[in-house]
Design a binder for this molecule. Structure first.
Ligand code: HPA
Length: 280
């Protein structure tokens, strides 16, 4: 089943039937909000607003582990994440969509793994018979491969949809994840640019890492809401970020619907193999 992580209101889409609103408790704490389980033309999807209702969690205090573990408990094995980013690459315009394919991690204070060796937190209710449960039960230390962290099947499906919908997008991009909640200095953006970053945001890491640690497929649609600090010469505001996400809401919803409908049943990628041989 597909999980959609994004802003609130994304599931208020014509054609989507809400089946159930489900509160999930996890040993890592409470997810950001209740999960919305919905049906679209016979296919189920689960929505979660990562900042919670009313945007109550700042990026560095989102309980990423609870959010991703909650998805596992509901049977989600593919996650599509939608988020706002600042544009660093001069080819980017505000309003562009970017299907990032790499990340640089500059976060600092977030729990980054489910596998904490002798400190591992276990879910006694977890019944899935897989390497996740085995490694957690055995208190193993796990180093997952993130050479190519995003699911290629999900990315190419998204590309096809963006082409068909004639939405301006970029198929590749390196996402620099900053700790926030403050925005960056212009010197930081200059440094990130030299390091190869195309966009900057505060939520992709550890979201993608935790999903991958559970053998899930993960892809991200990044919406460029503003040019990053120092690029336009203007002061940055949250107002412009919210305004741009509002403007793009209809396009995002359309892409999500088509994505739920179009996603193939079988994936010929290696995302689910990532745990094999990954534990010490
Ligand atoms: N920096 C970090 N995160 C962001 C930005 C930005 O400029 N815009 C939207 N999310």
């Amino acid at each position: 089943m597909i999980g959609i992580l994004g802003g609130s209101g994304l599931y208020e889409i014509d054609g989507i039937k809400i089946i159930e609103e489900r509160k999930v408790h996890t040993p890592f704490g409470e997810p950001s909000d209740a999960y919305i389980i919905a049906d679209y033309s016979g296919k189920k999807a689960v929505f979660l607003p990562r900042h919670g209702k009313g945007h109550k969690y700042p990026p560095h205090l989102i309980n990423y582990r609870a959010n991703i573990w909650g998805f596992r408990k509901l049977g989600v094995d593919k996650i599509l994440s939608v988020s706002a980013v600042g544009g660093i690459n001069p080819l980017l315009k505000a309003g562009d969509f970017v299907l990032s394919d790499q990340f640089l991690d500059f976060t600092k204070v977030r729990p980054v793994t489910f596998y904490e060796g002798m400190y591992t937190i276990r879910d006694e209710e977890d019944t899935k018979d897989d390497l996740v449960r085995e490694y957690m039960t055995e208190d193993r230390v796990v180093h997952i491969d993130v050479t190519e962290p995003f699911c290629p099947v999900m990315r190419s499906t998204l590309r096809d949809i963006l082409e068909e919908e004639r939405i301006r997008y970029h198929f590749r991009g390196t996402y620099a994840a900053t700790e926030g909640p403050r925005l960056e200095t212009s010197a930081e953006i200059k440094a990130l640019s030299i390091l190869g970053a195309d966009v900057v945001g505060m939520t992709l890491v550890p979201e993608i890492v935790l999903a991958r640690e559970l053998g899930m497929h993960f892809a991200s649609i990044n919406v460029v809401t503003n040019l990053a600090a120092g690029i336009s010469g203007e002061r940055l505001t949250s107002d412009e970020v919210i305004q741009m996400m509002r403007e793009k809401n209809e396009e995002i919803k359309k892409v999500i619907l088509r994505f739920i409908d179009k996603l193939p049943e079988r994936f010929n990628c290696s995302c689910e193999e990532v745990l094999k041989g990954a534990a010490i």
